[in-house]
Structures are given as C-alpha cells and as structure tokens.
Design a protein around this ligand. Structure first.
Ligand code: GTP
Ligand code: MG
Length: 370
C-alpha cells in the first residue's frame, strides 16, 4: 500500500505541518512529521480540511480515479476487439456489413461512414469478435492520445485496384506505433483482373511483409460484395486472438471507453461505450469523460435493450448528464456524489487545458497522493 510522510502531505495540501499533526492527534492517530501514514489516513485528513480527493498516478491522471488492477485468478477469456482501418472507399464498412450479414452502408449518408460503429458478431461455434469501424483515423488517434488503446487487432483493408493510398500508409504507421498485430484484407477481389500480388509487393515498401513474401503478417483475399474470403478472415482473426490470450475480469465495477457519443432528440445524450473490464448494469452510477450519469438503459448493437454488458461488448448507454467525447474514459463509481466530483474535476482539467492559462495547472493544484 502507498504511504506518504506527514510533511509531504502537508506540503501537497499547502498546509502547515503542525496543523496536520494536530489533526491526526485529534483523530486518534498521532504521528510526527517524518512518520509515514497510509492512504486511508491521508484521506481522513484531507476530508477534515475539506479538500477534494483526487489521486494521481499514471493511469489515474487520465481517468481521474483509481481503477484497481485485477489479479490473474479473476481474469476470464474475452472476445478480441478488432478495428477495421484503410483508405476511403476501400470497403471497410462493406466488409463489416458482410461479416455481420447486415447492410449498414446503404443507410449511411452518401455511403461515407459518419460515426464509429461498433459491433459484435458471434460465430456458430460460439466465438465472438467485436469490430470497430472507423470513419477515418482521427478517432483512433484520439483514443491513442488519451491512452485508451482498446484495439487488439487491426484489419487493414486495401482495395487491390486502388492500391496503397495515403490513409493506408497512415493506418500502417498507427498500427506500428500501437504495436498491435495487423491482418491485411485485400478487398474487391471480385473485380475483373484482380491482382492481390501487386498489393503484397507494394506493402514491402512500407515495411509490411506478408507471409507469402517471407514475413509474418497474415493476409486474406476478400470481396465484401461477393462475400468471399470472409470465413478465412474470421479464422485468421480468431487465430491471432488466441495467441494474444485476451482476458478481462467480468466481476467488478465496469470500466470502458467511449466509441462515439451524440445528442438524440428524443433520448437525450447517448454514448456508445466499449466495456474494457467489469460488467455494466442498469442503475449503475458512472463517470464518463467530464460527464456522469446513471444507466437508464443499455442497448446492444442490434438495437435491443439488455440488462448487463460485459468485457469487449459495445453498448449504447442512456442516462448521461451530457455528451462526452470519443476516447473518453468510462467508469462505474459507488455514489452519485463521487460521480459528480470526478466529472467536475475532469471538466476543470479540460477547461484549464482549453484556456492554456499561464497559471499553475489545475492538476498541479490538486493533490497527488501516489
Ligand atoms: P469510408 O467509410 O468512406 O472510408 O469508405 P469504406 O472504406 O467504408 O468503403 P465502403 O464500404 O463504403 O465501400 C466503398 C465503395 O466500394 C462502395 O461503393 C462499395 O459498394 C464498394 N465496394 C466495397 N467492397 C467491395 C468489393 O468487395 N467489391 C466491389 N466490386 N466493390 C466494393
Ligand atoms: Mg465506411
């Protein structure tokens, strides 16, 4: 457990050490200025002085709260989260449609993906895969910038006729930076004169070596419209996922990441959240970015209301105080008071970042207890 000396605590609280030792004595826990006290004791002192408690550690800076690590015994296998990336019009959404057996492309304005869709498919054999469709790479970058690397595997879609394009290259860079495995889906193979080899060769220039070229990257020839190569793609994803041994603890307060959020006229602020760990239930109180709320309803990717959502499941949440941002952290907390406190802390940090004031940052003014 973390400890802190009385003098250091006083320093961080900008209080005189004597005032702290007196308070500790009054609380029945006498200590000298050089004595170490534990986190719970420090919190009692903070409460006595009416301070807002914000613990800061690497992970906490982002989410503004403590998320305890899970011990191995509590970890269970979870489905992989796969992000589909690639250049505009190379067929990301079509491929995802084909994999889901639905038709999202036709419903999109002008056929261009307007948001990040998140879907989970279940194979006949029972294995599940969560797919994220991206409209571009901004969202992926935003999530990475916020330390929310939620992708386990990237499927890079390359239309064989169009070849390697700027966003293909960008995606390759993202994948390398993120250090996640990539599977190349060479798409539009139904088109006359299809030449997948051309793509395999062209990829070498970007330091991507597929197996046929002596490398380790898997590739699959597919056609989203003719629905060919889909099973092979799924097999390769599942094989890759198996190697990653993906696990999460379902039996804890839920934590997740915002995939997309919007204001719905009838239903109010909505957020699609990917659950990273734990299980979310209706009635849970949560913080989401600089907003908070209480789960009024959970809706799955089929538009069905569900009661609970576990690891790697994308769900739409109703009952938010406002609209968060893609990439924002989501976490269930115990009380509404705590939810308001963390949300307002995050909002103040955001405001401080926006105004770029030369004053000491709000983060600096808050207490660091770790
Ligand atoms: P953005 O979301 O705008 O980046 O595009 P996208 O990558 O999601 O591409 P989308 O799935 O919208 O497909 C773009 C166009 O390519 C559409 O007209 C599709 O019908 C077509 N297309 C996609 N896959 C295939 C394929 O396998 N074969 C053929 N012939 N056309 C395809
Ligand atoms: Mg699309």
């Amino acid at each position: 457990p973390e400890t802190i000396t009385v003098a250091e605590l006083a320093n961080r609280m900008a209080e005189r050490t004597m005032n702290i030792t007196r308070t500790l004595a009054r609380l029945g826990m006498p200590a000298a200025s050089t004595d170490e006290i534990d986190q719970d004791t420090a919190e009692l002192v903070l409460a006595e002085f009416g301070h807002t408690i914000v613990r800061v550690s690497d992970a906490d800076v982002e989410i503004g709260m403590v998320g305890e690590e899970d011990i191995d015994d509590h970890l269970l296998p979870r489905p992989p989260v796969v992000t589909i990336m690639g250049h505009v019009d190379h067929g990301k959404t079509s491929l995802l449609d084909a994999l889901r057996g639905t038709n999202v492309v036709k419903g999109e304005a002008g056929g261009i993906t307007q948001h990040i869709g998140a879907y989970q498919i279940t194979r006949k054999s029972g294995e599940k895969i969560t797919f994220l469709d991206t409209p571009g790479h901004e969202a992926f970058s935003a999530m990475r910038a916020r330390g929310a690397d939620i992708t386990d595997i990237v499927v890079l879609v390359v239309a064989w006729d169009d070849g390697i394009m700027p966003q293909t290259i960008e995606a390759i860079h993202h994948v390398k930076d993120a250090g996640v495995p990539m599977i190349v889906a060479i798409n539009k193979m139904d088109k006359a004169g299809a030449d997948a080899q051309k793509i395999r060769t062209a990829l070498l220039q970007y330091d991507v070596q597929v197996e046929e070229m002596g490398g380790e990257v898997q590739d699959v020839e597919v056609s989203a419209t003719a629905k060919t190569g889909l099973d092979e793609l799924i097999d390769k994803i599942l094989l890759q996922a198996e190697l990653l041994e993906l696990k999460a603890n379902p039996d804890r307060a839920a934590e997740g990441t915002v995939i997309e959020a919007r204001l719905d006229k009838g239903r109010g602020p909505l957020a699609s959240v990917l659950i990273n760990r734990g299980t979310l239930k209706t009635g849970d109180i949560f913080v989401i970015g600089a907003e908070w709320g209480k789960v009024r309803a959970l809706v799955d990717d089929q538009g069905k209301q569900i009661k609970t959502a576990g690891p790697a499941l994308p769900v739409e949440i109703l009952g938010l105080s406002g609209v968060p941002k893609a990439g924002d952290a989501f976490a269930v907390v115990e009380t509404e008071a705590r939810a308001r406190e963390v949300a307002s802390y995050r909002a103040s940090v955001e405001t401080a970042a926006r105004t770029e004031s030369s004053m000491p940052s709000l983060e600096e003014q808050f207490l660091a207890l770790k």
